[in-house]
Design a protein around this ligand. Sequence first.
Ligand SMILES: [Zn+2]
Ligand SMILES: [Zn+2]
Length: 125
Amino acid sequence: MWNGENLNCFYHPASPAVGVCKYCQRGLCSECAAVADDVLACKNRHEDEVHQLEQLTARNLFQSKRVRSVYMRNAIFYGLVGTVFAGFGVWQLRWLGLQAALFIALGIFLLYAAIANYLEGRKYK
Ligand SMILES: [Zn+2]
Ligand SMILES: [Zn+2]
């Protein structure tokens, strides 16, 4: 063994390593290496561990629950503000005329943004 550099298989010191196990970082020759979720693992030893590691990483990267809650929070916020603006515009339409129509337009735009956020958030489960 040379200085921790995994150049040879941990289980067969005479065979050159093709990679290292994601779980134990030991060198693996082509006979000992198993592919689990696109990374290498010790065959019949750490395949399950590597699979779990990969799942954990994937979950952290995706964080779909958090993404979903951000979209839903935006949807509620835009929905409330949009309702207030549109409601204010309708209420003031008789007195403010065009200005009130702008409030209504803004309110509709915000409600549209709320729906868009809601639909986007629904994609993340
Ligand atoms: Zn291993
Ligand atoms: Zn080997």
